[in-house]
Design a protein around this ligand. Structure first.
Ligand SMILES: *Cc1c(COP(=O)(O)O)cnc(C)c1O
Length: 379
């Protein structure tokens, strides 16, 4: 089965009770048993719920994995991965990563005795310098946020395999429509389904997908024991989102390409960060491991002032200033004051996050309307 068909039919079956084509919202905490322990596969909804189970199967299918696990948020899914580790273990992570992930690693798990190394992974050889006998996990995010750097998953997987280290990839920005990390050698794929998977800015949910049964069992134990599951309503919405992922992504990519080129040619724009440009430093890797370049991008202006950026953001009429990304509506964000505001200015600028940098999550509106909105806001 190919990808577009999988989003709709992959591991999905009409509901057993009445043949409902869409899995119903099983809004129940518990299930009647005919004798103690004698039930139809469901005993308590933290452990298993039919709506969540249908979603977990769909996740496994679209990521070319065997086992899916759904959580109450993307961060709850990451939390479950780190709980695979023991005090004294070490993690090597991408340096340019989602702020919430950085906060979870450094403010929560560090004090439990887990050591994190934040490493520039555009050159995968850098990783080997940080490997010790205690290294148990490599954490990769690609494309990165907000600088849109690309990391070569295959090359990182090579290092991970050589040292018997687990490799987890946050696939939130790319989605399996663009990139399938398990096929490139990753052991775990993670999603904030809050973004493109849900796709309609109406839920918060996370997921993991793995191929290995033992690893799935360990993660399932943590999911059930720690209890950070998602409810049946949100599971239903995420499942519905998956079924249109491919058509939405196709349009996100088309609009993204048009807008990236429009901005690149705009006299007031200094630089556009988008992996589809041939002069993007990791373009060749993006071309190899992704099927297209997506609708996420950042740009800075020649004037390069905070006031200038705030002025542009204020003038947008269709594009909405908001946190988050990946919904049908175009969103703009200001990394220096929003997502990356807690990073000191000097460090921020070293990462390329200038005061004028604006991040766009290009939606699926008409391209012409989006370009006109940018034109009036920049003009
Ligand atoms: C949003 C996001 C997360 C966190 O997911 P939540 O659903 O908000 O908990 C993790 N990684 C990336 C890349 C994200 O964009």
């Amino acid at each position: 089965m190919k990808f577009n068909t999988k989003t709709i039919h992959g591991k999905q079956h009409p509901d057993k009770a009445y043949g409902a084509v869409m899995t119903p919202i099983y809004q129940t905490s518990t299930y009647a048993q005919s004798a103690p322990g004698d039930h139809k596969g469901y005993a308590y909804s933290r452990s298993k719920n039919p709506t969540r189970h249908a979603l977990e199967e769909a996740f496994a299918s679209i990521e070319n994995g065997e086992f899916g696990l759904a959580f109450g948020s993307g961060l709850a899914a990451i939390d479950a991965i780190i709980k695979l580790l023991d005090p004294g273990d070490e993690v090597i992570s991408t340096s340019d990563l989602y702020g919430g992930t950085y906060r979870l690693f450094t403010n929560i798990f560090k004090k439990w005795g887990i050591k994190f190394h934040f490493v520039k992974m555009q050159n995968a050889e850098n990783i080997a310098n940080y490997v010790t006998n205690n290294t148990k996990l490599i954490w990769v995010e690609t494309p990165t946020n907000p600088m849109m750097n690309i990391i070569d998953i295959k090359a990182v997987a090579h290092v991970a395999k050589a040292h018997n280290i687990l490799l987890a990839v946050d696939n939130t920005f790319a989605t399996p429509y663009l990139q399938q990390p398990l096929d490139l050698g990753a052991d775990i794929v993670m999603h904030s389904a809050t973004k493109y998977i849900g796709g309609h800015s109406d839920l918060v949910l996370g997921a993991l997908v793995v191929k290995d049964k033992k690893l799935a069992e360990r993660l399932y134990f943590i999911q059930n024991a720690s209890g950070a599951i998602c409810g049946p309503q949100d599971s239903f919405l995420a499942l519905r989102g998956i079924k249109t992922l491919h058509v939405r992504m196709q349009r996100h990519c088309e609009n993204g390409k048009a807008i990236a080129h429009y901005l690149k040619n705009h006299p007031k724009v200094n630089k556009v960060y988008w992996p589809g440009f041939e002069d993007h430093p990791n373009h060749h890797i993006a071309k190899d491991q992704m099927s297209d370049f997506g609708g996420m991008m950042s740009f800075s202006t020649k004037e390069d002032s905070l006031a200038g950026a705030l002025q542009i953001l204020k003038k947008f009429k269709i594009i909405t200033l908001a946190e988050s990304l990946g919904g049908v509506e175009s969103l703009a964000g200001h990394p220096a004051t929003m997502t990356h505001g807690s990073i000191p200015k000097k460090e921020r600028e070293e990462l390329g996050i200038s005061d004028s940098l604006i991040r766009l999550s290009v939606g699926i509106e008409d391209e012409e309307d989006l370009i006109n909105d940018l034109k009036q806001a920049l003009g």
